[in-house]
Write a protein that binds this ligand. Structure first.
Ligand SMILES: [Zn+2]
Ligand SMILES: [Zn+2]
Length: 287
């Protein structure tokens, strides 16, 4: 039995009487209230451009992660909505989707001020896609920035979740929930360190216009685009089943594989995989 004035067993650093004492008697929060709390507690985003500064940048705007006119525009309905499995919140289970989302909100994140957003990504938003190294790099850069932004948010969100997710639950369940959150947070923090490293790596390539530091593999498909997405993965195997990295050691830095999509003027769909060239990994499917 934990003493009232001792540190709480959950590791919050607070006294037991101010933390888990009588947690099982507390009123559980509804999913809507948890979501509202997560949004309220979200840190105000700063522009993520390497030259960002408090005077040069305005507020971070909703920056698109999928090219707006060429690609997202292909999948909107007549009222400019898309169906999204990802509402931008943590607590709604994916199986409850998809949700209808206005295309200006779909697949966006408050990652860049409007000046840097427009200037940095003009080559993929306003120009025809020609699979140049610079265009592929920019698509990957945005995916990596989004991943970093998301991981920062998750990192910030966990302490708040610790206080509310186990309210009204029996003690054994409280321990299970807190244990899951500890593992989850450990993974988020490790991922955050890695993705921050690669984002800085890309910042340097962006500023020096040395786009060859990132390797790309472009798949071009015909037919009509009906689904779009973007993101970052950390694959362990290449196409041939060879191990390219291992994720099980928390001390090892892992590298990302960014996945992007864009529709070119001829309505061809391009799926682009991007990864750091220095890894020496070859993912070409033509071999
Ligand atoms: Zn506690
Ligand atoms: Zn900016």
């Amino acid at each position: 039995m934990t003493g009232r004035n001792k540190s709480c067993w959950c590791g919050s650093g607070r006294k037991y009487k101010h933390c888990h004492l009588r947690r099982e008697e507390e009123e559980p929060l509804s999913q809507q209230r948890i979501e509202a709390m997560l949004i309220r507690n979200r840190r105000r985003s700063q522009c993520m451009h390497p030259e960002a500064g408090s005077t040069s940048c305005g507020r971070a705007v909703r920056a698109h992660t999928i090219p707006r006119a060429s690609t997202l525009g292909e999948i909107t309905d007549q009222t400019n909505h898309v169906l999204s499995f990802y509402p931008g919140l943590l607590t709604a289970p994916l199986y409850e989707g998809p949700w209808r989302v206005g295309w200006r909100r779909a697949a966006t994140f408050a990652g860049f001020c409007s000046n840097h957003d427009n200037a940095t990504f003009a080559l993929v938003e306003d120009r025809a896609f020609g699979a140049t190294g610079e265009q592929c790099f920019l698509l990957a850069y945005r995916a990596v920035c989004y991943e970093l932004w998301m991981k920062r948010w998750l990192d910030d969100a966990v302490p708040g979740l610790r206080d509310v997710l186990d309210r009204g639950k029996p003690r054994e369940e409280q321990r299970d929930i807190q244990q899951c959150l500890t593992w989850f947070h450990t993974g988020v923090r490790r991922g955050l360190v890695d993705i921050a490293y690669w984002k800085e790596h890309m910042d340097r390539a962006l500023m020096s216009q040395d786009y060859a530091q990132w390797a790309h593999c472009v798949f071009t498909l015909g037919g009509h685009l009906c689904v779009a997405g973007t993101g970052v993965m950390t694959p362990e195997l290449d196409y041939h089943g060879n191990e390219i990295q291992t994720l099980e050691n928390l001390g090892d830095r892992v590298f990302p594989l960014a996945l992007s999509m864009i529709v070119s003027e001829g309505k061809e769909v391009h799926i682009i995989m991007s990864w750091p060239a220095e890894t020496g990994v070859e993912l070409s499917h033509t071999r």
